[in-house]
Design a protein around this ligand. Structure first.
Ligand code: PA5
Length: 433
């Protein structure tokens, strides 16, 4: 369950309610025909309407990977990667991949195909070494250069490790149901394949097989994740901005944008939320940054970045607002103990938990930023678990769709990302460029 608070934003209820009509009109558009194959609204009913037999197949595949692999390599980029990483890092142990296998219980999850660095790839190949591996290659278009190159290299590695037949049983493909080079390859090699529905774009796809297979492999309960998203779907069904916090968030950020606050910083106080922030940045950046418009989505990990970005946020150009992603209950705590000498001067904290100190740092920082003319929004969840993250994902997805429409852009395309590809292909002398 998400709580949204905008009391420190300088935006009031009256300003929000003035947007009621346009919000309701956009709501009608979102809900008119969400299951139509020809639009990109499939994520709206997904928590209810997902393919149950594929869902069971995902769980079965995850169990097989857990039983025969020490490492799952997830190949994908952008929307075909960030959601899985956001949930896995958000829920598992902070040092999940470093834990001994017995403690970790489930395979390490390593990501590939999200860059073109030879060092990263060589180090990854070295890391795998003698370990048993499986690969989940994820690409909706099936033609993305970064993931295709990574798959070519890693396919060769897995085939030379196990031989062609065994390698086939360790490769899982998540792609379009009929189009793209990856689909062709999966069909010809008979890899187990999962489908990214036509009407769900990459950045809205974390609750499809795109996210679910890696997430389930890491031992996370995907039934609970979907159940959290289902609750959110119910909760944010109201067409009125008065009763829909998700639309309220969309409206408030647009009002702030129109008042000159061009950058939204998502601030978390849990290192585990670093990749959730990365997922959020991609969702909002690709959805809204077009036609010369768009709030620039930035992120900070606090308190870490108070010692780097803190100065700018407090005192730099006043074109920012901040959305704090707050987790009410920490998964664990640790108490500050008395030290007889008190040389470090910390005895005033004796008996206090680190979570309490973290929360006070958050409160103090919010106060400082607000008084420094950085409007503040709070998005609060109870704890970092499957239900809460499922709910939060849906909250941000639906708010993003509404926000993009309020901004006057199409939130579901991404024409801008083609530009670099054209240049790169030309420089690489790809036929046809
Ligand atoms: O959200 C999007 O549509 C993009 O970020 C894509 O997910 C990303 O470009 C990867 O594309 P694909 O899944 O086709 O490899």
């Amino acid at each position: 369950m998400v709580k949204f608070d905008f009391k420190n934003s300088s935006i009031n209820e009256r300003m929000i309610y003035e947007m009621e009509e346009v919000v309701s009109k956009n709501h009608l558009f979102l809900h008119e025909n969400p299951d139509d194959e020809s639009n990109f609204l499939g994520w709206i009913n997904l928590p209810e309407n997902y393919d149950k037999s594929e869902f069971e197949r995902i769980k079965k595949a995850a169990k097989k990977i857990q039983s025969d692999s020490e490492v799952l390599i997830v190949i994908g980029i952008g929307g075909s990667y960030l959601g899985a990483r956001a949930v896995i890092e958000g829920i598992t142990n902070c040092f999940y991949n470093y834990l001994p296998a017995k403690k970790r219980k489930f395979p390490m999850v390593i990501y590939a195909g999200n860059n073109l660095s030879p060092n990263y790839m060589n180090d990854l190949l070295n890391l795998i070494g003698e370990k048993d591996i499986s690969i989940n290659v994820i690409s909706k278009s099936g033609t993305t250069t970064e993931s295709a190159i990574a798959f070519r290299i890693l396919r060769e590695a897995i085939e030379s490790k196990y031989g062609f037949e065994e390698a086939k049983k360790r490769i899982y493909v998540t792609t379009d149901k009929s189009k793209g080079a990856l689909k062709g390859l999966a069909d010809s090699e008979n890899y187990e394949t999962f489908v990214i529905p036509d009407n769900i774009g990459g950045r809205f796809s974390v609750l499809t097989a795109v996210g679910l297979l890696p997430i389930a492999t890491a031992g996370i309960d995907i039934d609970k994740l979907m159940s959290g998203a289902r609750d959110a779907r119910e909760k944010y069904m109201d067409s009125s901005v008065k009763f829909n916090d998700c639309y309220k968030y969309a409206v408030v950020r647009n009002l702030l944008y129109n008042s000159g606050k061009k950058i939204e910083i998502l601030a978390n106080y849990e290192p585990q939320l670093h990749y959730f922030t990365e997922w959020w940045k991609q969702l909002y950046g690709e959805s809204e940054g077009k036609d010369g418009h768009g709030i620039f989505p930035a992120g900070v990990d606090l308190t870490t970045d108070l010692h780097s970005m803190g100065q700018y946020i407090q005192d730099g150009e006043r074109h920012l607002f901040e959305t704090v992603l707050c987790v009410e209950k920490s998964r664990s705590d640790i108490e500050i103990k008395e030290d007889g000498d008190n040389v470090d001067g910390l005895n005033y904290l004796v008996g206090k938990g680190l979570d309490y100190i973290n929360k006070k740092a958050m409160e103090g920082t919010v106060q400082a930023h607000v008084s420094g003319n950085v409007p503040n929004l709070m998005v609060t969840i109870e704890k970092l678990d499957e239900e809460n993250l499922g709910h939060l994902i849906y909250f941000f997805e639906k708010a993003c769709a509404m926000s993009g429409m309020l901004l006057g852009v199409n939130p579901f395309n991404q024409p801008g990302v083609e530009e670099y590809k054209r240049n790169m292909f030309k420089l690489l002398e790809k036929p046809g460029y």
